[in-house]
Design a protein. Sequence first.
Length: 576
Amino acid sequence: MMFDKSLNAQGKIGEILLHQGRITEEQLRKCLNEQRFKKEKLGQLLVSMGFAVEDDVVWALAQQMGLDYVLPDRLLETHEAIVGLVPEVFAKQHLVIPISATDSTLHVAMADPDDIVAIDSLQKLTGRSIDVAIASRSSILGAIEQLYVRIRKTEEVTEVMGDLQFFAEADSEDEGLVDMSRADMTIDDAPIVKLINVMLSEALKERATDIHVEMQDTHVSIRYRIDGVLQEVMSPPKTAHPGLISRLKILSRLNIAEKRLPQDGRFTIKAPGKEVDVRVSILPTVNGEKVVLRLLDKTGFAMTLETLGFEADMLKIFRRWIIQPYGMLIISGPTGSGKSTTLYASLKEIKNPADNLTTVEDPVEYHLDGINQVQVKAGIGLTFSAALRSILRQDPDKLLIGEIRDPETADIAVKFSLTGHLVFTTLHANDAPSTITRLIDIGVPPFLVGSCLNLVMAQRLVRRICLKCKTPYEATRDELEILELDNERGRNMKFYRGKGCVHCRNTGYYGRIGIFEMLEMRQNIRRLVFNNANQEDIRELAMKQGMITLREAGITKIQQGITTIQEVLRSTVTEV
């Protein structure tokens, strides 16, 4: 923004603000009187006394000095290549940020345009003449924080891109992995290859679990699922869509000519210190083919039961049941609710050389030492049920079944648990009581369900409030009512949320934590199951015996300042 030529460029700041109606005569008089005692600059006094905001004072200073005034939004529009001309340390020390450049001139915004030392140093540093504009101190600090983070990420991505290698599964077991990094590449493919490398590298850095590539009317939408929520991160032109799809098909060894039918494939990314399995799903839509990439980090599993989010009393109950010699433990929830992670953490805790632990999974998400893990391959007949029949002859002690999907798998799992084996498995159900009825619905007789089950647990993941921008706030009446907290308990609670910052991509959340609904199969619950009771009867009795519901577990996390009301409402249903 250029300064106003109609104003006296040499006028005093107070007069300029008064002339523009930013302050009143009474406010100016009070500040001038205060200035006699405090010896501070008038602009500082106007801000500290609450008569003007920082941007107004800086704008007036720009008018007084005849300089451009740069709005905060304009600072954030600066290209990384321009920002990179000034080192981050120098920018922070002198509160300066580049905004544009030519071959001979560098245009910068400064909080103190009278800092001659900084201007001379910039001239020597860049070899250009310096054209100074003015911006507020807070806006420059904010721009430095955001822009230099972008530069660091870009540099890291460029560095990683050169080290990324792509491998596809071989057609035969003897061949191992086939290097696909340069498969069918031509010079014309270079921009698409670079775009996919950046897309995957950024996804790994941002902790994304899925990447969605879909065609829109005017562009291609690339979204990452971070902490369970999709966020759009790139918008390449629509002309890039055919190349993106073809390249991903080549990496996955799929048929690039087939565009009418769904296809599924996979490839592996090997980067320094990291190996990631990528599951590829391609679906034809009316706008063109959509691709979803599921990213599975195979380098190691660092989670423990303590870090999952169990309350102390729940953790004690859970640990009691995972060390039983036989029976079945089922974890239920939708896709992406952390079921497999909880099971892996359980196996990690109980594994020992005296037991033979075996898993049957699709896919094997993490590799665990000391555990025999079997990858289901339906294409060659290695299904869950086929693998389980073979494992029975492998002298197992404890068994993890990735998911019960059909009556045959359910039948084998129940028989395992009734013949001296401890079985861990998952099932898609909404809550703990409905997990029992779902198992019966699959085809397992009620008397077997009641006999084999030890513990049923439903779980969800809620996002954690970002610790970098966590702030307290007053919950609205509607929020309290919908959670049934419009009572003494709610009035005594403190509520927090994230304002949004660079660390959390302005979402206010960083990371996730589990909430759990745990149903122990006590004798009276078993009797209800034997009598084929409905899930409401089971729920009512379980709650009388102390079962904490998912909604109540979420409210506990709100009370602890870990998550927000919105997250609990998003992840749990209202109890009636």
